[in-house]
Structures are given as structure tokens and as C-alpha cells.
Ligand binder design. Sequence first.
Ligand code: NAP
Length: 486
Amino acid sequence: MSDPMDVLAPEHRRLRIGDAWRDAASGVTFVVEDPATGTTVAEVADAGVVDGLAALDAASRAAAQWATTPPRRRSELLTATYRALTDRAEEVARLITLEMGKPLAEARAEVAYGAEFFRWFAEEAVRVEGRYSTAPAGGYRILTVPKPVGPCVFVTPWNFPLAMGARKIAPALAAGCTTVTKPAAQTPLTMLLLARIMEEVGVPAGVVNVVTTKRAGEVVSALLADTRTRKVSFTGSTEVGRVLLRQAADNVLRTSMELGGNAALIVCADADLDVALHGAMVAKMRNIGESCIAANRIYVEEPVREEFTKRFTERMGALVVGNGLDDGVDVGALIDEPSVAKLDDLVADAVGRGARILVGGVRPDGPGHFYPPTVLVDVPDDARMLREEIFGPVAPIISFTSDDEVIAKANDTEHGLVGYVFTRDLQRALRFTEGLETGMIGVNRGLISDPSAPFGGVKQSGIGKEGSHEGIGEYLDLTYAAIDLP
Ligand code: NAP
């Protein structure tokens, strides 16, 4: 097998600014590690404020021309990106696995998911419309004109190195905005590869800029303070989201915030248990549990608790842990040592409060950041893992006896990203859909992500939607014209 790094030539392991690939002005670089082995796989440029502002300069200079590029042309370039990602899916997937640790099958799924945003928004680019109407009192007409908001700054996390950037860049370009993306320092390579692919398919210089840095705080705050920036879209933790919202306020920037979650997955006694088990495995274990929409708390109605727990534990125990690049691996390496230590702490805390471990719970020796699939029962309400994002392959199962009780528990969190319910009773499903305080709900499904659906949370899980018809609206301002016509 070839080296996954072969797809990104050394000259493209640098900052993508305007039409150039360049080193940081300081000449400083930082290393990217393979979380499965702890070895260095690449060095990339470590941008400072001056580099970040150079990228914004490029985005700003390209803005007017991109905004007036015919929508059909913008659409064609997005389609070309979709095709290139799809044609090169295997090499993109291997790079994702190398820097992030997820199994190759998951990385392939991420490439398909990320690519779909380009296809979806290629189709949306040519369907941006305004309205024309007569003012109710007569005398004039009302015309609404959608316009691109202007240069956008994107900050993305490490858990989906391609898709979290794709679902911002695709709608922004479709709407006519130019972009500066700062990917997570632990996974910068995939975003550089995307920028290279978009250069190859002909996206004009300055439209897609990528700034890799170890100094996120400094660089991003300088970008948000610059009046040329018109929008910030962030995916990451609620904690950092709050910081960026405060900074955005000073410049009155439009914001989209895709933040943390604490999903409850509810299995009712009338559920088809095969469907519920499959859904729970997907919702918990997709992306090794390192997902904002991962099932964090699994509530099972008392009559089926024993059977569900037994079968779920068997499935979790059968998963193969190992290097994501190896065949047959289900659970790859977590991103870093603090992530593994956090799981250890959360499990120890729950056990200290009376929880029992049915499978897993002991981290393996050796290199790499691995943690085994773990199931706990008798987890009390005050256990930290029911309040914090677990972000790994650990599943607490809690029993419930009434819908009101479980809805109250599910809603007892600052987060409101997603919930899951498994039931064969339509009315019950609708009551949960109305009762859960979340932006998204999976009904008899553990997978809800879809570029054609509006992804986003309520409460402290975020502001705004990504994907779907709504997604392009996040990148459009509306000018209203009152046209005199007596
Ligand atoms: P994170 O620590 O918040 O980091 C996210 C991004 O913000 C990274 O690029 C990071 O750069 C940057 N950053 C950190 N501190 C910053 C600061 N002071 N100013 C500007 N940028 C800063 O989150 P993460 O650990 O990468 O990702 C996991 C989190 O993302 C989880 O909470 C998860 O739920 C959330 N998430 C949400 C969604 C959603 O759609 N709602 C999707 C995926 C993930 P560095 O890499 O240099 O630290």
C-alpha cells in the first residue's frame, strides 16, 4: 500500500492564500501526528496573525468577482469538486484516517457525506430567489434581493476533517461568498487537500483560503476583529463557541454555531428491538463515538432493559479495536491522550457512584490512543458522563418507566442538538418529537446527518442550520427595495 501522505505533495502542506501555497511569514511549522501510532506524519505551516490577515486580504480581493460570477458557473465548480472528491474518495479517506484515527470505512463514509454537500449546494446555487409583491396599502412595490454576505471565516474541529469544512465552504461558495478556513491543528491535512482539489478543478484564487495554525486564539480573533470579515461559522465545543460569539459581537458579525451535544437515545418497550439495537450502535459508535450527535445517554424502558442491555453489550464487546488503516477494524484510535484520559475519568467517576461495567472499561497498553467499547449500567443521575459530552466509545444505559420522566431527564441539559427515539407507536414518536428540546430527532434511526436536511442545534448546542435549503440562507443577506409605483 502507498503512503497516505503521497496525495498531498510537500508544497501543498503550506498555507493556501490567494493563488499561492506559502510558508508562514515566521517560517515556523508544527507537526501532525498519527493518533494510532503517535508518529509524526507531516509538518505544516504554523500561521500567525499576519498570515491570517493575508488570507482575509485574498478573500476580500476575490469577493466582488466571485459574487458576480454567474450562479451556473459557481454551480459547475461545486459539481466538479463533488466529482473529484468522489473519484479520489479512497485517497482522501486514507488521509482522513491517517490524521484523525477513524477506521477506513468511516473515513470513506465521511468522504461520501462531505462530497454530497458540494453536489447539494451546486444544485442550490442556481435557485437563489427574491420576492416581488405589492405593498398592502398600495402605492409601491416590495422587492427582496438576496446578496452574498461577503468574506467568511470558518473554524472547524478535528472529528470530521473534511465534512465539517465542506458543509460551510459549499453553501458559502454557492451563495457567492469567499472564505478563509482554519482547520483543527490536529487534522489540517484533509482541508489542505480539499483546497488543492478545488484549485485543480478551477475554483478561482482567493475564493478558498486555508490557514493552518497552532495559535487559533490569536489568529481567529484578529480575523473576527477585521471589518472585512462579514460572517463567522464555527463547529466545535460550546466553550469555544461562547468565546467566538463574544468576539463576533464587537464586529456585529453574522454567526453560525454548531456546538456540543449530549444526546439522549430513548428505547421504548414497544420498539422493534433489532431496529433499536442497530440504531443505538450507529448513534453511539459512528466515528468511534467522537461525534457531536453521538448517543451520550441511552435510556431504555424497564420491560426491555434486560434484553436490550444484554444484546447491546454483546455487540459492543464484539467490535475490533485497532489501527483504522487495517482491514477489519471497527474502532480506531481516539484523537489524543487527553481524550483517553477523559474517558478513564468519566468511567471511574461513574463506578465511584455505583455504576457497573459490563464490558470494556480498561484501556489497553501500548502506543496509540485507544479505548475499548464500554457499557455501564446502574449509572446514577449525578454521574459526570450523563452531564458532559463523552466523545468516545463509552455507553451508559439507564432505565426509565414513564415518557414524562424520560423527557424531563433528556431535557435536563444545556445542550439541545439531537435526540433519538425508538418506538412503533406513531403518536408516541410525535410526542417525543414535540417534547424533546433538540434541533434534530432520529425516529427509529441512529443516523440523521444528511446534506439535504437542516443540521443544527438549539439551546447551547448552537445557532443556525447547515445543509438543506436553509443552509444557503446562512450566507445571504436580503436587501429590500421599496419601489414607488402609485
Ligand atoms: P474545539 O476545541 O472547540 O475546537 C474547534 C476548533 O476551534 C479548532 O479548530 C480549534 O483550534 C479552534 N479553537 C480552539 N480554541 C479557539 C479559540 N480560543 N479561538 C478560536 N478558535 C479556537 O472543539 P474540538 O475538540 O476540535 O471538537 C469537538 C467539539 O466539536 C465537540 O464539542 C463536538 O460536539 C463539537 N462538534 C459539533 C458539531 C456540530 O455540528 N454541532 C460537529 C462536530 C463537532 P485548535 O485545533 O488549534 O485547538
